[in-house]
Design a protein around this ligand. Structure first.
Ligand code: F6R
Length: 260
């Protein structure tokens, strides 16, 4: 993992957007893995700005979202379908048929999950996966003790996640208990990954993910096994990292590596 510490949330979002644009400039028909939640909002805003400035084109891009709440129809304001439309898809030139988001209202979840995995494969696999991290160390909705080789499936949300996400709902009881989510194994198949985190509430999860053991108790720690993951954090989310100086040295100050 490469850890990149940025002064604040907006610098973190801008850097992540530059990385997405770099992938799309190299491969205009890239497959992007998308995350929802508070963390990637700044990244999506910056991508929309760059699109409006003519610096990026989404017309050939395909997307796959990580997850969706079970039981919420696509027009529910807290559904991830709604979130993606409002915060990103409605503002760029992506083709609607190229958007893939897990269904929270299918009547056959196992069949849908199998189809979702197949669809990712048919599209050539995910080139760049964008991730946030839960305060319990989850990626997508792979809660603590999820198998590190799991694929897309139905998952019961942990109490910590329900508490964290209650802020988006009128009442805590309204937070769905189940979600459909890509597995850790699905995520590890992506060619490149960028994980974003901001704020002190993520500091402990970030330290465990980067510097702790690989464990299903912190499913993000499985990213230690991935060969091209960048972790972009703000100062607050970096505050519990022990090797911080080393990461900064690598990112900002390292001398040119030997060529021979
Ligand atoms: C959302 C997702 C989740 C969030 C995580 C952090 O699609 O997969 O893993 O990334 O719960 O959420 P925020 O960014 O709201 O703190």
């Amino acid at each position: 993992m490469e850890v990149i510490i940025q002064p604040d949330y907006s610098e973190m979002s801008r850097l992540a957007a530059r990385m997405v644009v770099e992938v799309l400039n190299t491969k205009p028909n890239a497959v992007l893995g998308m995350a929802t939640g508070s963390t990637p909002l700044g990244l999506y805003q910056e991508l929309v700005r760059l699109y409006k400035a003519g610096e990026v084109d989404f017309s050939r891009v395909t997307t796959f979202n990580l997850d969706e709440y079970v039981g919420l129809p696509t027009n529910h304001p807290q559904s991830y379908h709604y979130f993606m439309r409002e915060n990103f898809f409605n503002h760029v030139n992506i083709q609607p048929q190229n958007i893939n988001i897990p269904s929270g209202t299918t009547d056959n979840y196992p069949a849908f999950c199998e189809w979702y995995e197949q669809r990712i494969e048919e599209c050539g696999g995910i080139d760049l996966q964008i991730l946030g991290i839960g305060s319990d160390g989850h990626i997508a909705f792979n809660e603590p003790t999820s198998s590190l080789s799991s694929r897309t499936r139905l998952k019961t949300l942990a109490k910590q996640t329900i508490d964290d996400n209650a802020r988006f709902f009128e009442r805590r009881e309204d937070v769905p208990v189940y979600a459909i989510t890509m597995g850790v194994g699905t995520i590890l198949d992506a060619r490149k990954i960028i994980l974003l985190a901001g704020g002190t509430s993520k500091a402990s999860a970030i330290a465990s993910m980067v510097e702790g053991p690989v464990t299903s108790m912190v499913t993000a720690s499985a990213l230690q096994l991935h060969s091209d993951t960048k972790v972009i954090v703000d100062e607050d989310a970096a505050s519990e990292l022990q090797m911080r100086e080393y990461y900064e040295f690598i990112y900002r100050a390292k001398p040119a590596a030997p060529t021979g």
